[in-house]
Design a protein around this ligand. Structure first.
Ligand code: DP6
Length: 320
């Protein structure tokens, strides 16, 4: 009744921002993402008839705040009549800082919980369950490039390309290591209810998804650059125009964006994307990885740099 799984966070190139159904955590828009490889969460789940309530530790520290969401996710995977569980999570990158730690955490959790009970569910089923807990987590069940759609209330995730077929690199510039002020779940609802741009955002998403999907299928870096940066800035415009406004950037975030744009103007294949936090993720071709990493680490205020390739989806691993 114990199993361990590992999952990598994913970074959206076409963003999920807004829900059509809060209770079922259904996204109002589709999204396209890349799954990383060197950043990961390792999650162990042990069902134990001797304990009377779930226990969660994250990086060795008891985490009471996260426990209700984790318990609810275990109920969804294993049924409400399940045994209580000890859950141990280890994450090798900053948590809740706009680095998609919830995507790797819930993807690893559903895979570990299912494996601890015999591993009867398929990837699509596990993706839907992860998506109930956190929308972006459904995408971490898949590697490389994938697209998530809400098809009439069902979460469907499709692989567009394996990472090995287009081995792009991601350089993450961490500009602030602390947790974010407003979590994305709450922030999305504020945007939906108050941003004058929200409806247009939802209306236009199909066009951005189509453009990015085609660029990925054609491995056309320039076309992907144009639509990914546009979609990212459009999502942040929705946030900025919300009441209260949600501005996740700091001045270092802006410096990093400028460095990426300058590199591109000099012929480097690189574009930026930014989520609900101040970190800048620079997606680049493998031959430009070092150049991009050096340029971003030279920006005053960048705390550290993480570099990743594209990885496979969440999977069980040997117990540690
Ligand atoms: C900006 O998946 O964290 O990273 O479903 O409420 O848990 P919940 O939201 P979450 O939101 C991710 C938002 C984003 C864009 C993206 O990853 O697509």
């Amino acid at each position: 009744m114990r199993a361990t799984a590992r999952a990598q966070p994913n970074i959206a190139l076409i963003k999920y921002w807004g829900k059509s159904d809060v209770a079922r955590n259904l996204p109002a828009v589709g999204s396209i993402s890349i799954t990383l490889d060197t950043l990961y969460t390792t999650m162990s789940v042990e069902f134990d008839s001797a304990i009377d309530e779930d226990r969660l530790t994250v990086n060795g520290v008891v985490d009471a705040a996260m426990l209700p969401r984790v318990s609810q996710c275990l109920d969804a995977v294993c049924g409400r009549g399940r045994q209580q569980a000890s859950i141990t999570s280890q994450c090798n990158f900053p948590i809740a800082a706009g680095l998609a730690s919830s995507s790797s955490a819930f993807a690893a959790l559903v895979v570990a919980a299912d494996a601890a009970q015999g591993g009867s569910r398929d990837r699509a089923g596990l993706a839907s369950l992860a998506g109930l807990a956190s929308g972006s987590a459904a995408r971490s069940l898949y590697g490389g490039f994938c697209e998530l759609e809400n098809e009439g209330g069902d979460i469907v995730v499709r692989s567009l390309r394996l990472g090995s077929e287009w081995p792009l690199k991601v350089v993450v510039a961490v500009t602030e290591a602390g947790p974010k002020a407003v979590g994305s779940t709450e922030a999305m609802e504020i945007s939906r209810k108050t941003s004058p741009f929200y409806e247009r955002w939802v209306e236009q998403q199909g066009d951005d998804l189509a453009a990015a999907r085609e660029a990925i299928l054609d491995r056309d870096f320039d076309r992907l650059t144009e639509v990914a940066e546009h979609n990212c800035l459009k999502m942040h415009s929705v946030m900025w125009a919300s009441r209260p406004p949600m501005i996740y950037w700091n001045h270092v975030t802006l410096e990093c964006m400028q460095v990426v744009r300058d590199l591109r103007a000099q012929g480097t294949q690189v574009f930026f994307t930014i989520d609900a936090g101040p970190q800048v993720k620079a997606v680049c071709s493998p031959e430009h990885e070092q150049l991009v990493a050096d340029a971003l680490s030279g920006v005053s205020g960048v705390k550290h740099i993480m570099v990743s390739g594209l990885g496979a989806g969440a999977a069980p691993v040997e117990d540690e």
